[in-house]
Design a protein around this ligand. Sequence first.
Ligand SMILES: Cc1cc2nc3c(=O)[nH]c(=O)nc-3n(C[C@H](O)[C@H](O)[C@H](O)COP(=O)(O)OP(=O)(O)OC[C@H]3O[C@@H](n4cnc5c(N)ncnc54)[C@H](O)[C@@H]3O)c2cc1C
Length: 402
Amino acid sequence: MSKNNPNQFDVAIIGAGAAGMMCAAVAGQRGRRVVLIDHASKLAEKIRISGGGRCNFTNVGAGPQHYLSQNPHFCRSALSRYTPQDFIGLVKRHRIGFHEKHKGQLFCDDSAEDIIAMLKAECDAGNVSWRMPCTVQEVGKSAEQFRIATSAGEIQASSLVIATGGLSIPKIGATDFAYRIARQFDLKLVETRPGLVPLTFDGKAWQSLTELAGIALEVEVETGVKKERGHFLEDLLFTHRGLSGPAILQISSFWKPGTPLTLNLLPQLDVADTLIEGKGALKKNLGNLLAQWLPNRLAEGWLKINGFDAGARIADMPDKSLKKLGDSLNRWVILPSGSEGYRKAEVTLGGVDTRELSQQTMMASKVPGLHFIGEAMDVTGWLGGYNFQWAWASGVAAGSAV
Ligand SMILES: Cc1cc2nc3c(=O)[nH]c(=O)nc-3n(C[C@H](O)[C@H](O)[C@H](O)COP(=O)(O)OP(=O)(O)OC[C@H]3O[C@@H](n4cnc5c(N)ncnc54)[C@H](O)[C@@H]3O)c2cc1C
């Protein structure tokens, strides 16, 4: 096949999202002939809706400890070769204003569109060709190259990078494409499940809690044991369907169906000790005292739901009751019935098993020339800019190698 053939490329990348565009820009700027293929009609919708429209594009403290994977050391190499500071440098070169919001999370001052425009400009600087919107019908491989049958004709390339992301938010074009390609080439998959997702609850116990909808407060939340334990100090939001807010999104990635969560609604205070030891001096009734520590509506609702009389004088209450109240606040154990699923999940846990891939190049060791990057693989970040940092770092790793 002649190099003048307009459908012949060095590198074909399927999926023009965060990882795909980064990979294309890096490979293109190295002088490789690159084509980016995406089935969507609008570019990088997930970046556009991310971070509430302002894209939390990295986290200054991002490191391997912020990622979940069956192969936890895999991400180390790519993350150390392309760091948050490298991406910040790129953002600065494009004069995009940004600010730090919370725990190292960096957001655009104006809009996530600035990040999309930046990545597009970087692809243009690498003369990247586009096929979009374009449906991929089939992928085949001969000894020398990949043949990709698409709605825009057949494309041939010596390297193929799969950057089609995970299953989250099918409404904006998420598909299982990466997993299908992995299966086609006999690569192992780690079972997928929704992550960074609100959790749902049912049953009578939950019914009484729906009156707390709308209340937010900082809590400690934990689940799991040993290596699988997750533990966060973040904001919790009561909703009509269950619990949400950063605390729940974070812990949802660690949560396994059938296991409980333990929440501490007053992490700065040992409630039982404070009530029992201070009992003599505490002139207040329960309702007034709790309202000093918790949002008013939560204090009232919590006492009612747990069968306490808000008007009871603390001095008159038996230690056993005070201990029960303290435990309900400091060690609230609840069993989620499920999650809101991929419809609402920010990420997909699991994916292409990284034990099949090179940590330097993201290439499948069994299939020379085939690479997987971004969320498609079994590397999932916490909430807070870590998922984009993985998309950039894995994109650069593959883009520098293809
Ligand atoms: C609501 C929301 C908010 C988020 N906010 C943040 C945040 O602020 N910070 C953060 O770090 N992470 C955030 N994330 C996670 C982050 O968006 C993803 O982890 C990241 O986009 C993954 O990059 P990717 O390139 O692997 O996949 P994507 O960015 O999802 O790109 C995949 C691309 O592949 C295309 N594609 C899919 N299937 C096919 C197919 N069959 N054929 C052709 N093309 C296909 C899609 O159209 C898409 O363009 C958020 C996610 C959601 C859903």
